[in-house]
Design a protein around this ligand. Structure first.
Ligand code: UT7
Length: 336
């Protein structure tokens, strides 16, 4: 990649709502079982926002955690990019709400939407702005509260998702530690996983009765599953080739936490033993754009990831989108 200035991660953080919804709780809502959910997905419980909680609130929590980790003054942040499919508003952006709250007074701020791959897109954007010399310090956040967009009577989807936020802080550095990124999309598969914005696409004045239009997430699970088990190895192999390393040089695989079986199948195909795979899907379910930084933050906090190590982050989801980032992790928590 032809960027003149290197970038590295200096912080990671996360924030989840307090409310836990277990598989047993869901047995009371839909025709499902703890056994089905655990064996088909690996999920045991997930966090869900209360009525007074928001995506921006979780994003702010994750940002503050990452800022404390990095030990920086928020006023030095030049850019905030929030990856989300479930923003508080059409505008102002979630990134602007974060900017105001954390006191990042100098920062430019915008949201991007690439569903569950959003954080990989956000890291790539941050790397470009740092690499070109435009900005020095970039805060990227992945946040989603899919619980607001689920049909809680649809067992095919309501058991899968959880709410949460995760954040990384990137900074210009002499030693480049973001070794590569790889971004892909295939819009012809958009219908396979979607949340229609019925207010915009089908206004009330139209001929279709508003009630007939779902505002809920819908997914063709089997087809997305098949897509995912191919997309993950492809993205990692391509990102490794761009970084000039072999897959065997990676110490930790940090995949999007959508389904434990997808993670296992992809990891086996790439030759990763279980101890090199970072997962927390059992506790949080699929938190979409938040899942990779949330899993990364957890792994750092429990000591599984300890620098210096090389990590492969890989995401896939609605759009369809998929992508990977290969990076070194050398940062230390300023609080310890
Ligand atoms: O981050 C976005 C990316 N999303 C994904 O990566 C999701 C990818 N897909 C998946 O993870 C899996 O396809 C699912 C977990 C969604 C479903 O697992 P599956 O093994 O593919 O199940 P299936 O869709 O083939 O369904 C098998 C059966 C069906 O019943 P019949 O038709 O065989 O009688 C479903 O109706 O399981 C049934 N089923 C359930 N049963 C109990 C579906 N959901 C449930 C449920 N509880 N919650």
């Amino acid at each position: 990649m032809n960027l003149s200035i290197g970038a590295r991660l200096i912080g990671v953080g996360a924030c989840v709502p307090d409310s836990v919804v277990t598989n047993t709780d869901l047995e009371k809502l839909v025709d499902t079982s703890d056994e089905w959910i655990r064996t088909r997905t690996g999920i045991r419980e997930r966090r869900v926002v209360k009525d007074n909680e928001t995506a921006s609130g979780l994003a702010i929590g994750a940002a503050k955690d990452a800022i404390a980790f990095a030990g920086i003054d928020p006023a030095i942040i030049d850019l905030i990019v929030v990856a989300t499919s479930t923003p508080d508003n059409l505008y102002p952006s979630t990134a602007c709400l974060v900017q105001a709250d954390i006191g990042a007074t100098r920062a430019a701020a915008f949201d991007l939407e690439a569903a569950c791959t959003g954080i990989i897109y956000a890291l790539a954007v941050g790397q470009q702005f740092i690499g070109s010399g435009t900005f020095k310090t970039v805060l990227v956040i992945g946040v989603d509260i899919h619980s607001r967009f689920l049909d809680w009577e649809d067992r095919n989807t309501c058991v899968l998702f959880g709410d949460g936020a995760g954040a990384f802080i990137m900074q210009a550095s002499e030693e480049n530690e973001i070794l590569s990124t790889y971004l892909r999309a295939d819009g012809t598969g958009g219908h396979l996983l979607c949340i229609p914005n019925s207010n915009v696409a089908f206004p009330h004045a139209g001929t279709t009765p508003p009630k007939a239009i779902s505002r809920f997430l819908s997914m063709n699970g089997r087809v997305v599953y098949e897509f995912a088990i191919k997309a993950v190895p492809e993205a990692i192999e391509a990102a490794c080739a761009r970084a000039g390393i072999q897959v065997r040089d990676i110490d930790f695989l940090v995949p999007h936490q959508a389904n434990q079986r997808i993670i296992k199948a992809a990891a086996e195909r790439l030759g990763f033993p279980p101890e090199q795979i970072v997962t927390n899907i059992d506790q949080y379910g699929n938190t979409s754009a938040a899942s990779i930084p949330l899993a990364f933050s957890d792994a750092v906090k429990r000591g599984q990831i300890k620098g210096p190590v090389t990590c492969a982050l890989v995401g896939f989801g609605g759009g369809l989108t998929w992508g990977s980032a290969i990076l070194k992790w050398t940062a230390k928590d300023s609080r310890t």
